[in-house]
Design a protein around this ligand. Sequence first.
Ligand code: SF4
Length: 418
Amino acid sequence: MMGRLKNFELTDNNEDADVIIVNTCGFIDAAKEESLNTVLSLHEARKEDSLLVMAGCLSERYQEELMEQIPEVDIFTGVGDYERIDELLQEKKSRFSDEVYLIDGAERVVTGSTYHAYIKLSEGCNQTCSFCAIPSFKGKLHSRNLDSIAKEVESLVAKGYWDFSFVSQDSSSFLRDQNVKDGLSLLMQRIELIEGVKSARILYLYPSTTTMSLLKNIAKSKIFHNYFDMPIQHVNDDMLRIMKRGFGKEKTLELLDFMRSLPNSFVRTSFIVGHPHETQEMFDEMCEFAANFGFDRVNVFAYSDEETTSAYEMENKISDEVKAERAEILGNIVAEATKKSLQKEVGQMRQIVIDGESDEHEYLLSARELLWAPEIDGEIYVNDRSVDTDLEFGKIYNAKITELVGNILTATVDNVAE
Ligand code: SF4
């Protein structure tokens, strides 16, 4: 959308904006609420004659209801018309095309970073997870071809970008819709050939399409980090079956153990608590596992009852009180696990990237480990340096991690890593 609106000037001030576009999420209750609150609060303070646009998954999923119930919004569009946003603004018309948009050759305008960009691998998903409504509005898996992805990365490298996170709803199934089984390994080979790409990671591996050979290829790669983001959602065997996750406990653990055994690996997952039929014993098993496995980061979600999913039709729903209680208990456990993971960093030499001044204090610079996904895995404060040069933003440095203060690591920069 930003690529199509290059003749507009960007502003952070919604009172100034002629056009406000909210790209919404419609995955679970919490995301829907956040999206709606954002739309309504932006409407409150916008200037007269401005256009308020609601785009993305939430408006795709509930197009009719929203168009009827939110007259504050001027233009509604879903997930199929991003490249026509300029036309929609001109015509002041809502539009919902049937297909799901996948970039192919269009120019990217990246905000938020001068060196890192997300790259979309595919849209849609062929899995049938019991709790997930995504396939109902994003459709079946549709992968981009390798040439299209490589061209996009090359054009971003030409603009100075060198760190990439590859994303989709189910990244480990990339190219399986075109009968290619090891699509991600092919992608890695291709990206590694692009001069100027220094760092890359893949987000959202799905257990049953993640192969050992893929993990070994990631481990061998000089560009792709040993960064493993595989949402497992539960660990109890019966619950994994009820959730229709494809893999049971044993095979899921085999993958996780292998990821954990690799040098400098980073393992991230997510869990859902309170799925229909989840017993206290199943929940306890998940808590014990989360406490002991040694995850670096974990997201905890309370089950959200979504129409069009198979879990929606299930009996034995768990009450909101129990769901909230379980989310809190597991949340505390994973907070401890994160703390342990951060504590292990203290005393280590790590490659870090400095992003800018921190919000905390002008003398503290905000950085992250190069391995980590930007804005997802945390922040490091650089509070000292043993080199006598000015530190540059967006550059890789070797740094010693010195302390853990609350949930934030501090570091002393040693030298430039490039
Ligand atoms: S893998 Fe499962 S949870 Fe993820 S998008 Fe597909 S159906 Fe949804």
